[in-house]
Design a protein around this ligand. Structure first.
Ligand code: 13P
Ligand code: SF4
Length: 321
């Protein structure tokens, strides 16, 4: 079925010239909402009904009364929307839009890890599969992880999965030990401390703002650490006028729109590229989004057993934050 979709997508003659108009019409026809993460292409952000970080997107997915949710983000995000909305159709423009962090935590290995520490409470970052969520007690995102861990009784041991960098950051902020799953994001792991230091010398007035998925040597240079929404808010409110941005550069589109006149410099990766795009997020395109709505596929599906088990820790997160 998915191969057939690709065939249809590749018949360019059928693709409307004005994708913005065609998508707007489909939104009305399907009673659909388009939710987009800040790491999506600028065109996708511009046609979205809501743009946000993982927490904002989960909240929006939980409250929407649209019949179809078109999720412009990666698989675990669309999956979360489906967990919250079993009766709605959730479409993802490219089903291959995965996440290296989610992939770094295979369910079988995690089940064994959890079984070896039966007294631990499992707090999982939302960047994980539905199967991992189903094995978790509480889900968190980068914007509420510190707050959630602070609400857990201090004598309760915690497993934190799958991101070791966010886990280390939460440990430093809360002053408590946690057992970390050794996962990481290929994008945030790849920022070059050396090149960031060089940029700071070239732009002495610029503040470094970073996502907590970055490694400790990069976070040490940050004037502010936060989720994508928090970074955007900080850049808008700060009296400073230039920023070195250590997260996926898609966020810079909103920064330039909402804080026009300020300068945003993407933090460089260790390779020869000028910026550090997430290869998974960038699989989605405006054209694929159009075809997903037109064909009503690819669609997110999962077993009811996994869905209902994964729902509980997400609901706990929404209640706690
Ligand atoms: P946010 O919580 O800022 O949306 O982070 C999502 C993400 O994938 C970061 O890599
Ligand atoms: Fe996953 Fe990293 Fe891409 Fe975020 S930036 S979706 S954590 S691979």
């Amino acid at each position: 079925m998915f191969a057939a979709t690709l065939d249809r997508q590749s018949s360019r003659a059928e693709t409307p010239d004005d994708l913005f108009e065609a998508i707007a019409t489909l939104k009305k026809d399907l009673n659909a909402i388009v939710l987009a993460h800040y790491y999506q292409d600028p065109d996708i952000q511009d046609i979205a009904d809501y743009i946000g970080d993982s927490l904002g997107l989960s909240r929006k997915a939980a409250e929407t009364d649209a019949e179809v949710i078109v999720f412009a983000g990666v698989h675990f995000m669309a999956e979360t929307a489906k967990i919250l909305n079993p009766d709605k159709q959730v479409l993802l423009p490219d089903l291959n839009a995965g996440c290296s962090l989610a992939d770094s935590c295979p369910p079988d290995a995690f089940a064994a890890f959890k079984a070896a520490h039966p007294d631990h409470l499992v707090v999982s970052y939302i960047n994980c599969t539905a199967e991992i969520k189903a094995m978790s007690d509480i889900i968190c995102t980068s914007s509420n992880a510190v707050d959630i861990v602070n609400q857990i009784p201090r004598d309760r041991p915690i497993i934190f999965a799958p991101d070791r960098n966010l886990g280390r950051y939460v440990m430093a902020e809360t002053g408590r030990e946690m057992l970390l799953w050794e996962g990481a994001c290929i994008v945030h792991e790849n920022f070059s401390e050396k090149k960031i230091v060089r940029l700071k010398v070239e732009h002495p007035g610029a503040e470094v703002i970073a996502h907590p998925e970055c490694e400790p040597p990069v976070l040490r240079h940050a004037n502010y650490v936060g989720s994508t929404t928090a970074l955007l808010k900080y850049a808008k409110q700060s009296p400073n006028s230039s920023f070195i941005v250590a997260t996926e550069p898609g966020i810079i589109h909103q920064m330039q729109k909402e804080a026009s006149g300020k300068t945003f410099i993407p933090a460089p990766p260790t390779n020869s590229c000028a910026c550090n795009e997430c290869p998974h997020m960038r699989l989605n395109t405006l054209e694929k989004l159009y075809w997903a709505m037109k064909n009503r596929e690819p669609e997110i599906t999962m077993s009811e057993t996994v869905r209902s088990a994964a729902l509980r820790p997400i609901q706990r997160m929404l209640e706690m934050s």
